[in-house]
Write a protein that binds this ligand. Sequence first.
Ligand code: KG4
Ligand code: ZN
Length: 331
Amino acid sequence: MTMRILGIETSCDETAAAVVEDGRRVLSSVVSSQIELHAPYGGVVPEVASRAHVELINPVIADALGEAGVELADLGAVAACHGPGLAGALLVGVSAAKALALVTGLPYVQVNHLEAHLYAGWLEDPDLEAPLAVLLASGGHTLLVVIRGHGDYQVVGETVDDAAGEAFDKVARFLGLGYPGGPAIDQLARTGRRDAIAFPRAMPGEPDFSFSGLKTAVVTFVRREPGVAVADVAASFQEAVVDQVVGKLLAAADEYDAPTLVLAGGVAANSRLRERVTEAAAATGRRAFLPPPELCTDNAAMIAATAWWRLGADGPTPLDGGAHPGLGLTR
Ligand code: KG4
Ligand code: ZN
């Protein structure tokens, strides 16, 4: 019997809802971005985010149900992201999902945001061959994960300071490119020279990442050479990030004998990263699996897909389950 799950995602600055059937068929995926609300501040303002989620959550859920052509009675469960993320923002999605579960009698399922990002790959192709070497790079996290099967993850590396997306955002802000910084740098870098400036590649030979030295190197360089072409800085910075992460992803794939390389998280939308991972896979006889950018950035389809597996493995979440801002990736 098929099961449709309504997923809700409100961990940061996107209010999202989606209906997914059996963990793999996306019937609808609605994402309402708050980027314009936060842009004047150069980053996400938690209190502004929570208030916007409160206003947007009901219309976004209604749109997701409408686009999927289903009613609450057609659902098998309601799921929400319970962490990691901003406390006030998470609470909006969790409360909405629990309220719906309470009035309909449907099971409630809480979903870890990081695990959900990992599921974007499976959502695109349920037959991906494990082990998978996954780079999960977002605004808040940068993890190198080997997936052996559903719910069976090994975190083999992680950032010791900034997240990769955070580095993009901070450098873009310094260069005056606005927020969010990743897409702005990605765009501008296309017209710049990647080899213009030799920025450092941190922690070679180690599985962990570091980006804060690179950010400082960009600031120091631009202060010393204010006339430098901004596109060259963007392209050279991006290349340094991409070199670092692709090198570590390949090393993990080697060590854990993973035939497939997967990108996940917002930074996985980066065009140069996608190009380099594709090349690296071809050069080493592996498969590159790159979910479409809309499944890489925050969305609720990944929440609903993960919920389907979690419900099967763990059963429903008790309705007293709260929000967990500091949640990590549990294995
Ligand atoms: O996964 P995500 O949507 O939200 C979090 O869970 O953090 O990731 C957002 C991050 C931001 O830092 C944004 O600048 C970055 O992903 N990002 C990109 C690109 N698109 C989004 N970074 C580099 N290149 C992109 N094209
Ligand atoms: Zn995310």
